[in-house]
Design a protein around this ligand. Structure first.
Ligand code: TRP
Length: 332
């Protein structure tokens, strides 16, 4: 049985919607690099079809894929240990999605809180595409086709992993034990708030520091970051939530404790604090950007080409097992 031995294969992924930022770094990339270096056989899916669940404009996807690869390689994900691939280039994913859509009821799919929230946030209520409604089924295929033991994700993805496990069990019971039952792995770092004080650092809210931001961009973004009334640097989540958020960011970036940071700026104001934070971020990003400057686009795309090739082999092998289990491996 696949699930009996310890399964050190890992799969996770991103939608290619734009450059990665510090929220991605502390929320997932750092952890991915760590797991990769601990010996997990890592698969990263660039989920391009999933992008068009909520927008039809495809003009930026190719460029976003290239930039995503540059972001990945610059933070230390490594082509020797990690297989990067593009969702739309693995046709077996679409086939498996087709099969999985028969193993789950529409009411079950309709109960996914993350999808509900996304529909609300995009104001799509009256115009939800079937693809948007059912993308967690496609995501279950993204995961299960590669037979991973673990899936490191953010909290918002947990409903998708639950569904994935249900589908895997349903298939294994209906046909035969093909799929491993993967476990979600939540990274310990809390989600970074935006520089505008909103709940989440994100590209669409224009409140993020990208891994590829220049020194000037970093300085100017931090200068404009929202603070609170008063001028003292104190860590008080209730009364000074924005300053507390910036201290949290400082903490992560500089690897310093809150008290240390507060002590450093005792008797000083927001200006000095922000300048200090800005410089910490600049030096934090320096090695990442140095690495990025050494990676050519050509190399990044070659890594992806090799990854696609390897992913395709795994995909073919699993889909063959699926069809054998279903007695649909016709040899006509
Ligand atoms: N839904 C994920 C996100 O928006 C991206 C994704 C697609 C994914 N397929 C996946 C994540 C498979 C983990 C495993 O972040």
């Amino acid at each position: 049985m696949v699930s009996d031995k310890i399964n050190r294969r890992l799969l996770t992924g991103d939608r290619p919607t734009g450059p990665l930022h510090l929220g991605h770094y502390f929320g997932s990339l750092k952890n991915r690099v760590k797991l990769q270096d601990e010996g997990y056989e890592t698969f990263i899916i660039i989920a391009d079809y999933q992008v068009i669940t909520d927008r039809l404009d495809t003009s930026a996807i190719k460029e976003n894929i290239t930039n995503l690869m540059l972001d990945y390689l610059s933070v230390g994900l490594n082509s020797k240990k990690t297989t990067f691939f593009v969702q739309s280039m693995i046709p077996q994913l679409s086939e498996l999605t087709q099969i999985f859509s028969m193993l789950v009821s529409t009411s079950r799919v309709g109960r996914n809180p993350t999808v509900k929230e996304e529909i609300k946030a995009m104001k799509l209520e009256s115009n939800v595409s079937l693809g948007m409604f059912s993308y967690p089924v496609s995501q279950a295929a993204d995961i299960l086709l590669f037979l991973p033991g673990v899936v490191p994700v953010g909290e918002d993805q947990l409903p998708h992993i639950e569904l994935t496990k249900e589908i895997a069990r349903k298939f294994n019971t209906a046909y035969s034990e093909v799929f491993s039952i993967p476990e979600a792995l939540l990274s310990a770092t809390p989600r970074l708030m935006g520089l505008d004080g909103s709940q989440k650092m994100s590209k669409s809210r224009n409140n993020a520091i990208f891994l590829s931001d220049s020194t000037d961009e970093v300085r100017s973004k931090i200068k404009k970051a929202v603070t609170d009334s008063g001028s003292e640097i104190v860590y008080d989540k209730n009364n000074k939530p924005n300053v507390a958020n910036l201290i949290d960011l400082y903490q992560l970036i500089a690897g310093k404790k809150v008290e240390e940071i507060v002590g450093l700026y005792a008797g000083k104001g927001y200006k000095e604090f922000k300048e200090g934070l800005g410089e910490e971020i600049v030096s934090f990003l320096k090695p990442i950007q140095e690495k990025r400057s050494k990676v050519t686009e050509k190399y990044a795309l070659e890594v992806l080409r090799q990854g696609n090739k390897k992913a395709l082999e795994v995909a073919q092998s699993t889909l063959r097992k699926v069809k054998v289990a279903m007695q649909m491996d016709y040899r006509l």
